[in-house]
Ligand binder design. Structure first.
Ligand code: DMJ
Length: 605
């Protein structure tokens, strides 16, 4: 009898989670079947019609809400507005803006796994109407003042030194190997040229900018049969192309950005709308990382500034719609006091619950883009600000501790789903003081500034306590022994990759407070780079910040050294604190400035 039941059940071909239910209620089903058989032909036809009408109604409602999301965007007009200082800068003021694609407040929480169905995704990709209408008005170019002091000139000299080495040994390749005079490729996109574009523009390096511009126009092609990482290519390449378009007014950069952005869209063809981490730019095949079924949380939530700007610069809403849905989706997931695990599955849309919680690698810029998206959209999307505030409260409550001796405040990590605290801080986490200060500048709680100042000091100590005056990649903190050192570094964590995060924070703090100490700290670090990382043909990452006599050079100059590290130093040393004003621009995670849009968008339609 049981065997027969199983057979019946299989022939119905129901999903497995329904089986138990069916087994228990089978007698009801059989009687339903009897009732159905007893219906007249007319009655059955009537039922068919009713079901069909209900399906049609559902499809109609879905299409309607889809159209709502895809109201066309009008590209904005730019106008030149004089600043109080000696230079003029083109503002980001837009006369018309994209309708904000997100839910306006947190009460519209999305359901995990249902944001962009494969069908909806296909429809979004098929809709090229807006795409064909790209007709951005020409922008006027932004004019930056000449460098005004010795420190800025020294940074320019450093940029030229790095650029010359790159030109000589690695032109057209992603990275320079400055010691062996060789190159390194990662995505085969000339990363150092592209990532450095807006830095050259801001520094006024006209000749270098012209040669880079020519290379981009002639040689930067995206039809390459290679897998690239969605996040890295978005922040480094898409971000820089858009930023350089806004600063220079040269539409060639926007055209390249459109080509790239379109090739990245297949990443979103997942069940949940959370993107895959990688995509082949030529075949358009997207997939999870080779080493894991999951995407990194910070990666899927650190593409929104760029995708939104691409939509608003072109009138093609697809980019903003797809990227914004990821933020909405993550907003709807449950968190630990606003803090997120560092892995998320693109198919299920769920976090890997027992993954670590950290503001370092794979977690960092999730928090950064909550605030920056809120700013980019003219502070109009409440849930982004609210999630940011909740997360910072969570950081204070669960992640901050003080060292045993000098009571330095630091941010640690939570392991095992929040159970274990690890007193370890990545250098990457040193972006946070700057982000906190930026939020305070825009009216967020003053106690965030106190947290920012304390963390900034701890980050400074991670540099100052090393004999090279350079911070390691990871620092551990002593929270138990009041006699021992406050900080220690493990051999495997002792490298310095020429990273920018602490300098980034110094720049925000200087722009906001005007405190010259931050400039002096930046100068000390610049000198340490000069002393320990400068080599004949550029600057190199080093393997050990603890030993000035043997720093173990790694023979690698990453593109972010030109894009971020030298840019933040140059801006930090400016006498004009608003050389690149945080009231007009929001900088992406790779230091590429993008315009801030007005909140009160009114659709022209
Ligand atoms: C950069 O590519 C970006 O700043 C990213 O957000 C983090 N890592 C590097 C710099 O350290």
């Amino acid at each position: 009898m049981l065997g027969n039941r199983r057979k019946d059940f299989i022939s119905l071909n129901l999903p497995s989670d329904t089986r138990e239910f069916v087994k228990n209620k089978e007698w009801q089903r059989r009687s339903l079947w009897r009732v159905w058989n007893q219906l007249s032909r007319f009655q059955r036809s009537l039922l068919y019609v009713l079901v069909f009408a209900a399906v049609l109604a559902i499809i109609y409602i879905m299409l309607d809400s889809y159209k709502e999301d895809k109201l066309p965007v009008r590209a904005g007009n730019k106008k030149e507005v004089p600043l109080s200082s000696s230079h003029h800068i083109v503002t980001s003021v837009q006369s018309t803006h994209a309708r904000v694609a997100e839910a306006p407040s947190s009460d519209k929480k999305p359901v995990a796994g249902q944001l962009v169905s494969p069908e909806e995704y296909k429809n979004i990709l098929k809709d090229e109407t807006a795409f064909n209408q790209i007709n951005s008005p020409p922008l006027e170019s932004v004019v930056f003042p000449e460098p005004s002091n010795e420190r800025q000139l020294a940074v320019i000299a450093a940029f030229k030194h790095a650029w010359n080495g790159y030109k000589r040994f690695a032109w057209g390749h992603d990275h320079l190997r400055p010691i062996t005079g060789a190159f390194h490729d990662w995505f085969y996109l000339g990363l150092t040229i592209v990532d450095g574009l807006d830095t050259m523009y801001i520094m006024g390096l006209k000749e270098e900018f012209a040669e880079a511009r020519n290379w981009v126009a002639e040689n930067l092609h995206f039809d390459i049969n290679r897998d690239v990482n969605l996040f890295e290519v978005t922040i480094r390449v898409l971000g820089s192309l858009l930023s350089t378009y806004h600063l220079s007014g040269d539409k060639m950069f926007l055209d390249k950005a459109v080509d790239l952005g379109t090739r990245l869209l297949p990443c979103f063809s997942t069940e949940s709308g959370v993107p895959y981490s990688d995509v082949n730019l030529a075949t358009h095949k997207a997939h999870s990382p080779k080493w894991s079924p999951d995407s990194s949380t910070s990666e899927v939530t650190t593409i929104q500034l760029e995708f939104r700007d691409l939509s608003r610069s072109t009138g093609d809403t697809r980019f903003e719609v797809l990227a914004s849905k990821v933020s909405q989706h993550v907003h709807g997931l449950s968190k630990t006091e606003g803090l997120v695990p560092i892995f998320i599955n693109a198919n299920t849309g769920h976090f890997r619950v027992y993954a670590p919680i950290t503001l370092g690698a794979r977690g960092d810029s999730y928090y950064e883009y909550l605030l920056k998206q809120w700013l980019q959209t003219g502070r109009s999307i409440d849930y982004l600000r609210d999630d940011y505030l909740e997360a910072i409260a969570g950081v204070k409550k669960l992640l901050t501790r003080r060292t045993a001796r000098r009571k330095y405040l630091f941010i640690g990590e939570l392991l095992a789903g929040g159970k274990d605290f690890k007193p370890k801080m990545d250098h990457l986490t040193c972006y946070l003081p700057g982000t906190l200060a930026l939020g305070v500048h825009y009216g967020l709680p003053q106690d965030h500034m106190e947290l920012a100042e304390e963390l900034l000091n701890t980050c400074y100590q991670t540099y100052a306590q090393q004999p090279t005056f350079l911070a390691p990649e990871i620092t551990y903190f002593n929270i138990q022994d009041a006699i021992g050192n406050d900080m220690y570094v493990k051999t495997n964590d002792a490298h310095n990759l020429l990273r920018p995060e602490f300098l980034e924070s110094l720049w925000y703090m200087y722009q906001i407070t005007g405190n010259h100490t931050y400039q002096d700290w930046g100068w000390q670090i610049f000198q340490a780079f000069e002393k320990h990382t400068k080599v004949k043909n550029g600057y190199t990452s080093i393997g050990d910040v603890r030993n000035p006599l043997n720093t173990r050079p790694k023979d690698m100059m990453e593109s972010f050294f030109l894009s971020e590290t030298l840019k933040y130093l140059y801006l930090l040393f400016s006498e004009d604190r608003t050389l690149l004003s945080i009231d007009r621009y929001v900088l992406n995670s790779e230091a590429h400035p993008l315009p801030i849009y007005e909140a009160n968008f009114k659709s022209a339609n």
